[in-house]
Design a protein around this ligand. Structure first.
Ligand code: XMP
Length: 184
């Protein structure tokens, strides 16, 4: 039976091995800029959960022992177009006074989400806030925001896998794929 539905395994942009290698490099990169006793790693849910888990496990080989927490932010709803307004759905529970924060997100797109998070954590007393994303979309940002650490620069396409979703599906894929709506 023919069915029109998203088919995200035909268009693999980065395999799990590509991701593993690049995440390893990012771990070394972040570690080399990370001279602090008070590191807090804050993931933006839900897209960053796999990326953050891989990053922080690599910190151990650099003897970096951060506190870790998550904030749930939303700007997308159920579709593939950003609504433009960032909302806190679930907040962190960590005191950020004098902390050096690394904010981790899956993807930098319009820039609004990462900018919102960075400004929020500075407002709450962090001494420094660095940002790290796995994917950086090549597009004009809606706001002035670039990440301090970025894994891969990708074209302006909608991607899923390795934590990224469409309607909350496909997060479990070990690779990153372009979402297409093929007839299968
Ligand atoms: P902004 O536009 O605020 O977007 O920089 C960042 C958030 O939007 C989500 N996003 C995506 N999610 N595939 C996804 O699964 C994509 O191609 C995509 N582009 C943006 C993501 O949640 C990110 O935190």
């Amino acid at each position: 039976m023919k069915n029109k539905q998203p088919h995200p395994t035909n268009n693999i942009l980065y395999s799990s091995e590509d991701i593993r290698q690049r995440v390893d490099e990012l771990i070394d990169e972040i570690a080399s800029t990370c001279d602090t006793e008070n590191l807090v790693v804050l993931g933006i849910l839900r897209g960053s959960f796999i990326f953050l888990a891989d990053l922080v496990r690599g910190f151990n080989r650099h003897k970096i022992h951060p506190r870790i927490d998550f904030i749930t932010l939303s700007s997308y709803g159920a579709g593939t177009i950003s609504s433009g307004k960032v909302k806190i759905i679930h907040d962190i529970d960590v005191d950020l006074k004098n902390a050096d924060v690394v904010v981790v997100d899956d993807i930098l797109d319009t820039g609004r989400t990462l900018q919102f998070a960075r400004d929020l954590f500075i407002e709450r007393g962090a001494s420094s806030v660095r940002t790290c994303v796995l994917l950086d979309k090549k597009r004009e940002r809606a706001v002035e925001m670039e990440a301090d650490h970025a894994g891969f620069r990708i074209d302006d396409v909608f991607v899923v896998g390795y934590g990224l979703d469409h309607n909350n599906y496909y997060r479990e894929l070990p690779h990153i794929a372009k979402l297409t709506f093929d007839t299968i």
